[in-house]
Write a protein that binds this ligand. Sequence first.
Ligand code: HEM
Length: 453
Amino acid sequence: MVQQIPPGPPVKGLFGNIRAFQQQQIEFLTANRDQYGDLAYIARIGNRRVYQLNHPDDIQMVLVKHPDQVEKTPALKRATRKAIGSGLLTSEGEFHKRQRKLVQPAFHARRIASYADVMVAYAGQLADTWQQGEQRNLAHDMMELTMRIVGKTLFDREVSSEADVIGSAITVGLEATMHRLTHPLVLPEWVPTPTNRLRQQSARLLDETINEIIQSRRQAGEDKGDLLSMLLMAADEDDGGQMNNKQVRDEAMTLFIAGHETTANALSWAFYLLAQHPAVEAKLREEIERVLGGRAPAFADLPNLTYAEQVVREAMRLYPPAWIITRLTTAEMEIRGYRIPKGSMLVLSPYVMHHHPRYWDEPEAFKPERFAAGWEERVPKYAYFPFGGGPRICVGNQFALMEAHLLLVRLMQRAHFDLLPQPAVEMQPLVTLRPRNGIPVRVSLRERVAQPV
Ligand code: HEM
């Protein structure tokens, strides 16, 4: 018999539990998982019910088997419309399908492989600026590095001088977006509050940068072999239609934002974990030395740097950069014998699932060996989903994995990091899972490596 309401924390009033969710999101979701099991009714936003799905089969059902019965939440679309318009991340239905087909070739394995040298070269340049004994905020370094890389590979453009300005504009945007997502009663964007004004300035700055890049490329009209060239040339197989400037802008902005923030966070957390686990670091160093013997890594080395890849995957398990995925149901669904009305919000959290004691032995422990060869058979599908799944799986997942893998190796070659006691490292779950005060470290330099570029 189909039941009406699954168990969950008491939900009172029109915005029941939204405050608990705003204040302690990860703790709230984890407690729900532990107390109420595979499916919980956790909150209300007006007449919309919010359900949390904690079983891999149901996550697979929503993302992979019935993606046609859900869509991205209107709050996400509203909150991100200014910055990324109708880019891949937020578009829907046939339009999304078409755009995805146009963008996808830019991420084909062969194209991506050609970016490896840029990634390694830029990582080497950053490492060469480090001084012996210097204190650094690695999260800041990673953000700037991945932004430079996406700027170069996507737009063939140096963005390092602009990185700080663009970086802070993105931070403002992400904070405002998360605020909008978790506060249903927020003032509209046109009300000139100081936050809204700052946000508008930031959005304008990002916009100008991207538009200027597109404009100058259209004028030059050449294929530079980067992602932007692919976007400008991409034609739909069915009707030969190309993207107009607005669509290219939205896709470029989406890729620019989605393409560096997440990878930077993955790396920051990986270094944070390595700094606390000397045995893992030693094993990683042994592999790097054995495989590379003092030269910089290249794309062809990646299959031999298996432990480094395990470190990346395990860091993304413990600290998934995209820590929460939400959907709205567009049809009535049945989950675990409960009726989920059309218009409900579903919360699927990689963070909660990646720490689920039913699927992970010692879930809080940092053990890269979990991801040794054959892990895909050992770990239930969708107990681990740092890149989402189904037709909306991260379009940049191969790019991101390759980048994190190469950067981790190249930066470890140059330095060892000791964690500083202050500021304390804390999770800040915005749209992505960031370290709130960065990752403060002291750098101990190691020998320089030979780098071809
Ligand atoms: C470690 C790094 C990354 C992580 C953890 C990550 C995670 C994700 C996740 C979970 C989704 C699905 C969201 C959902 O279903 O609601 C997603 C979508 C997306 N990601 Fe990533 N991502 C990463 C890197 C990248 C990179 C490097 C790019 C581009 C250069 C990128 C571009 C995108 C785009 C465009 C989408 C939307 C795809 C669609 O809906 O068709 N991401 N990402």
